[in-house]
Design a protein around this ligand. Sequence first.
Ligand SMILES: Cc1cc2nc3c(=O)[nH]c(=O)nc-3n(C[C@H](O)[C@H](O)[C@H](O)COP(=O)(O)OP(=O)(O)OC[C@H]3O[C@@H](n4cnc5c(N)ncnc54)[C@H](O)[C@@H]3O)c2cc1C
Length: 333
Amino acid sequence: MISLKPYNTFGVEAFAERMLELATVEDIVDYCKLAESSRRKFFVLGGGSNLLFVRDFNGDILRITNRDIEVVKIEDDYVDVWVGAGFIWDEFVAWTTEHELWGAELLSGIPGTVGAAPVQNIGAYGAEAADIVVRADTVCLGWWHEGVFLQKLSNSKLSFSYRTSYIKEASHERYIVYGVVFRLSRHIPKDRSNFVRLGLIDADITPELVRNKVLEVRASKLPPLSELGSAGSFFKNPMVDYLNLHRWQTYIEDIPFYPQGADLVKVPAGWIIEHCGWKGYREGQVGVYPKHSLILVNYGGATGLEILDLSLRIAEDVRKKLGVRLKPEVEVV
Ligand SMILES: Cc1cc2nc3c(=O)[nH]c(=O)nc-3n(C[C@H](O)[C@H](O)[C@H](O)COP(=O)(O)OP(=O)(O)OC[C@H]3O[C@@H](n4cnc5c(N)ncnc54)[C@H](O)[C@@H]3O)c2cc1C
């Protein structure tokens, strides 16, 4: 048995039967064929920064360790880069800004691996992985183990939406990402509104400058992983229709919301949780981070079940008080 505590950012204890590091696509295919014939259970683990282990895992934990990075296309306006799934996401962003390429800079500081970025459709400050992913190179196998194939999933096939993708939602197949192609622009985006919202109004901004600003803002708001266990935002921001919004507005004047198309608005889950009185709540070793109500934290020694229990109580309280169902962004394993 192997302890998963060092491999999840919540820092909770759980054990798995084995942990395997797979570096090449051939290693992944061979493993999948073996898993298929022996009906072995497995789970693909990146940096463990969006997971909550609540019990031991009776199977293999796979870690994809390829960290190659290669420029595969150079055009006047853009550059395409293939990056191995095991590359640390933020080190990749640093690489892009060092090369004065645009597209990933607003996603600076997000923990985890490149392989998870298209699975999660990571996002921050108005940008998301969907904006720059050209394709994800995967090994695919049926949930019930019916053959192993290589599949290159294009941006449109990945069907990105808010913090999810085709890979995450697939119900008949499982995909293991071994590399991702990103398209990065050589020019500053025409629409600079995301930069302006960060207070960057200088005409001479560079990707590096944006990255530094994002890292500064994140450091002021998010719990440092070296001191507190967390998995970032625990819940997704809920979408509500205008009817519900107007109902709320009759008794809560200052409710923040962001229109999403003609019918729906996104309401910050952090605001909702704070409004329901949970900001800074602490019980034993688990709590709601005082500077950011969307983040549940492990003050040290908490179990996955204790964190899950707090999240369920918050969600139930919000449902009773506002009629909104909060859905977890964090995956419970
Ligand atoms: C402090 C903090 C701040 C955060 N801020 C943000 C933020 O601003 N925006 C945001 O979007 N997220 C944020 N997150 C969440 C997290 O960083 C992202 O979801 C990240 O993409 C998870 O990457 P990972 O490698 O740790 O994946 P894991 O947590 O290990 O796995 C997540 C999912 O991806 C799957 N997966 C991982 N690698 C592969 C692969 N190679 N092939 C197939 N499936 C795979 C796993 O099976 C699992 O289902 C934050 C987390 C923390 C702790």
